[in-house]
Structure formats: C-alpha cells, structure tokens
Ligand binder design. Structure first.
Ligand code: BES
Ligand code: MN
Ligand code: ZN
Length: 497
C-alpha cells in the first residue's frame, strides 16, 4: 500500500473517502469544527442524533451535503483519556478495513486532536500506516477473478497539520517499511502447505536477500546431514519434501554481537506418527509463522537499514507420518551433542529449533530471539492476546516486552524455574521432547533452554497469536504477521533509531 503525508486542511480535501478517528462524545470535537462546516454539518447531525457515539471500533458512513469529500467515515476510538498507540493503530485498521469493503481504492485518514492521546506526530505517522495496511489486507491470490472482484486499497493519505508534516513523514517511512514486512509475512503464512514447502521458503529468502543486498545461505539435506543437525533431520525424515536450513546476514554495523532471530519453519505440522486430530489440522500450514516473521523483519530491515547487525536463522521442514518417520521412543543426537528421546513426534518445533540455537553459537550473538508456534498450551494460558515469553536474561526479556508494547504485540512472561526442568528429563537420553500435559508451554521453553549456551536468549511462543479464526473489525481472519512489528521495534531501538 502506498502512503503519503498530506497537509491540506481537512475541509479542503478532495477525496472519495475521508476516514476520521473520533473520540467518544456527544458533540463534534473542537478540532473538527472546520471540517464539519465544510461537509455541511453531517458529522454534527450523526453525533447529536446519537447515531454515532465514538465507541471503540464503531464506524458510521456519512454522505456530506457539501464540499469535495464524497464520503466521510467516522471511526470511534473510545474515551479520549484511554487512547493509546495500540488503539490508534487499531482505529486506522478499522478505517482501512471499511474502506476496502466499500471498494475504495484510496482514502484519506485523519485523527481528531482529541483522539490522539498525547501520541506525537512521528508515532502517529507510523501507526496510521501500519494500521491502515493491516486493516486493508486481504488474500485473494488463489481465487479466480469474477464473482468477488478483487478490490485492493492501493493508497492512504495521512492528513496532518503543516507543522507536524516533517515528523509525521519520519514515522510514515518506518510504518511503511513495517507494513511491507507484515504484508510479506502474512502472504507466506497464508500460502498452503503444498505451495509453501521448505524449498519454497528457502527460495523466497534467497529472493529477499537479492532484493536488499542481504547475504542468504541455504543448507540442503546433504549439508544439514554434514552439519550433524540430528534433531532437524529426525523431523524431516518422514517427509518426501527435503528440509532446508536458511540463514540471512544483515550487516548494519554497530557494536556488540549481532541479534540473531530464529523462526520455526514447519511448513505443515500433521503431528507425525503422534498424529493430530483432523479438526482444524489445516491450520497447521501456519506452523511456519515464526519463520515468516523473521523474513518479514528482514524485509523491513532492508528498507530501513538501521545500524545493527542481524542474523536470521530458519530451520524448515514438514512434519508428516510415513514408513520413514520418527517414532515415539526414538532417540536422536542433536547438533549440540545432547541426545533426545522423542516421546511425542508432535513436539517437533523444539526439535528443529534446538539445532538452530546450537548453530547460532557461531555468531557470538549479543542476543537471540526465537519466535515459534510452539504449543497449543500457550492459547490455553494466554488466549489470543499475548505472546508467551520465556528466557534466560531479565534485561533482554524487559527489552523484548518493551518492544512488544510499542509494537502492539504484547508479551507476557512465564517462569523457567529450575523446578520445571523435571518436565524434560528422560530415563534413556539427555532430554525428552515432551513433558506431557502439565505446563506445556514452559516445558517447551525448558527444552529449548537445554540448548542455549553462551548468549542471552528470549523465546516467544506465538502459537496463540500467529493467526486468528475469527473476523474482527480491524482484520480479516487468518494470519496476523505477529512478530514482524516486535522484531523491528526491538532492532530499531538497539540501533538507537
Ligand atoms: N505446532 C504445534 C503447536 C500449535 C498448536 C500451534 C495449535 C498453533 C495452534 C506444535 O508443534 C505442537 O504440536 N505442540 C504440541 C506439543 C505437545 C505434543 C507437547 C501441542 O501443543 O500439543
Ligand atoms: Mn507439532
Ligand atoms: Zn508444530
């Protein structure tokens, strides 16, 4: 989606659609008085009549009787005092989703001063574009054209006061890069398992690297064997599709070891021999969402070029049952050397990630963050609202949580106390890959921790947040691109930007 900062006084705009974010109230906010006059008082009538109250997610389409604004969409954000960065981004998304449904190819977006909650012009520029792109997104690539004509919102003009233009433009640039990263990620997430295979994912990474001048290396089956990644190989051995191990190296400069982003790239998770029930198994195409988030963050990095070194690491495979698949009880040797008893072949994410964490040592990382759709249990604990966060370093965990708050991708900590280590102890091997039903998300975290040596590490369990199966006012059902915004915010802050 294209975006621009526009400083035309709202009343003078010529547009097929102007969306205005408005706080809850019973009168037109003072800052919109001129706009209301220019549009023949249509907002005042809707508000005074009680047809529009300005509640969060509320929208009302109005047809001005005067002026050059063809349609006016008022979008509620709730009480002025409760406005946050997240609610502004969401309101922009609600506006864009309505714009798409209305068939608008472009729209202008304005926030009433009373609905900006102290958020500065730079942040508003960023949030407006991030939100608009998120709300407008839809995937129709695999449908025939015809019945449902494909309508894309191609552009958004963010309307600001002339004095705010420079700051808003600085934010818009960041928002546009993050939006492009999120779009890239959502597309990959959405692709079905028969299209998005490990090889396809690797090809995409190579193309992304070419586009941005980022070095990408892909290990194929033979190279993965040579490297001794026995845990990744164990998961891959049941599938006709070959695994891939993908690394991306972005050199932005700056001191200290690089930030390593690791993403789980299971392109389809059937559970393997410990097969999943048929109900919603199709959603397991989303099991590469961590990998997609890493690639989306690189898409944003490639445009923003912050001064920080970043490595992306993506182990990718399918998890399928077959005559060559791993079996419950099998013991394999990991890249680090620890042996693993595979008690449940459906706990495959941690198997491929443990080899990636071991591999990451070679970069002497300043920090390692992994994102993985690791456990169904994280949705039982935290629902769809929070990423489950675990790790070894309090300062790093704090940094990740702050990035998540800024990004509107909130994290909530779960403990990796020593007592929980029992969950991954094995009678036959160094560790086992499942601790049963109790504390499932923590068991996943503890398993990974067994393979963390020599760097601060944070683990983000995104199984509850990577996709949604219900339509919201701000987004369609399907992939959310979770992680792209958090990773990018984290890296920008590390770069001092
Ligand atoms: N990919 C799944 C986790 C998942 C579940 C993601 C639901 C998104 C929605 C993961 O590989 C898995 O199967 N985890 C098991 C772990 C268990 C066998 C210890 C789980 O959550 O049941
Ligand atoms: Mn699984
Ligand atoms: Zn999985």
């Amino acid at each position: 989606m294209k975006s621009a900062i526009v400083t035309t006084p709202p009343g003078d705009l010529e547009t097929p659609l102007l969306a205005v974010i408005v706080p809850a109230g019973t009168t037109v906010p003072a800052s919109l008085a001129a706009l209301d006059r220019a549009t023949g008082g249509v907002m005042a009538r809707a508000i005074a009549g009680g047809d529009f109250k300005g509640k969060r997610d509320e929208t009302q389409l109005l047809y001005p009787a005067a002026g050059k604004i063809q349609r006016l969409l008022v979008v509620g954000i709730g009480k002025s005092a409760d406005v946050t960065r997240t609610s502004l981004r969401r309101a922009a998304a609600v506006a864009a989703k309505r714009a798409r449904v209305l068939g608008a190819k472009s729209f202008a977006l304005l926030v009433a001063a009373e609905a900006r909650g102290g958020v500065n012009a730079r942040d508003w520029g960023q949030l407006a574009v991030e939100g608009a792109a998120h709300g407008a997104w839809i995937f129709t690539d695999l449908k025939q054209a015809g019945e449902e004509p494909r309508v894309e919102v191609e552009a958004v003009d963010v309307v600001v006061d002339a004095k705010d233009a420079k700051e808003a433009e600085a934010g818009r640039r960041i928002g546009a890069a993050i939006a492009a990263g999120a779009r890239y990620t959502r597309h990959l997430q959405m692709l079905p398992g028969n299209v998005c295979t490990p090889t396809y994912l690797a090809d995409q990474a190579v193309a992304l690297g070419k586009k941005h001048g980022v070095k990408v290396t892909v290990l194929d089956l033979a190279a993965i064997k040579k490297e001794g990644m026995g845990a990744l190989l164990a998961v891959a051995q049941g599938s006709a599709q070959e695994p891939r191990f993908i690394t991306l190296e972005y050199q932005g400069g700056g001191d200290g070891g690089p930030v390593v982003l690791v993403g789980k790239g299971v392109t389809f998770d059937s559970g393997g021999i410990s097969i999943k029930p048929a109900q919603s198994m199709e959603d397991m195409k989303y099991d590469m969402s961590g990998a997609a988030a890493v690639l989306g963050a690189f898409e944003a990095l490639g445009t923003l070029k912050p001064k920080v070194n970043v490595i992306g690491v993506i182990p990718s495979t399918e998890n399928l049952p077959s005559g060559t698949a791993i079996k419950p009880g099998d013991v394999v040797k990991s890249h680090l050397g620890k042996t693993i008893e595979i008690v449940n072949t459906d706990a495959e994410g941690r198997l491929i990630l443990c080899d990636a964490l071991s591999w990451a040592r070679r970069y002497k990382p300043g920090a390692v963050l992994d994102a993985a759709t690791l456990t169904g249990a994280v949705s039982i604990a935290l629902g769809k609202e929070a990423i489950g966060l675990m790790g070894t370093d309090e300062a790093l965990l704090g940094e990740v949580r702050e990035a998540g708050e800024r990004a509107g991708e909130r994290c909530w900590p779960l403990p990796l106390w020593e007592e929980y280590r029992e969950l991954v102890k094995s009678d036959i091997a160094d560790v086992r890959n499942s601790g049963g039903r109790s504390a499932g998300t923590i068991a996943g975290g503890w398993f990974l921790r067994e393979f963390v040596e020599g760097f601060p590490w944070a683990h983000l369990d995104i199984a509850g947040t990577a996709y949604t199966d219900s339509e919201g006012p701000h987004q369609v059902k399907g992939p959310t691109a979770i992680g792209v915004r958090l990773f990018t915010e984290f890296l920008l802050r590390r770069a001092g930007a």
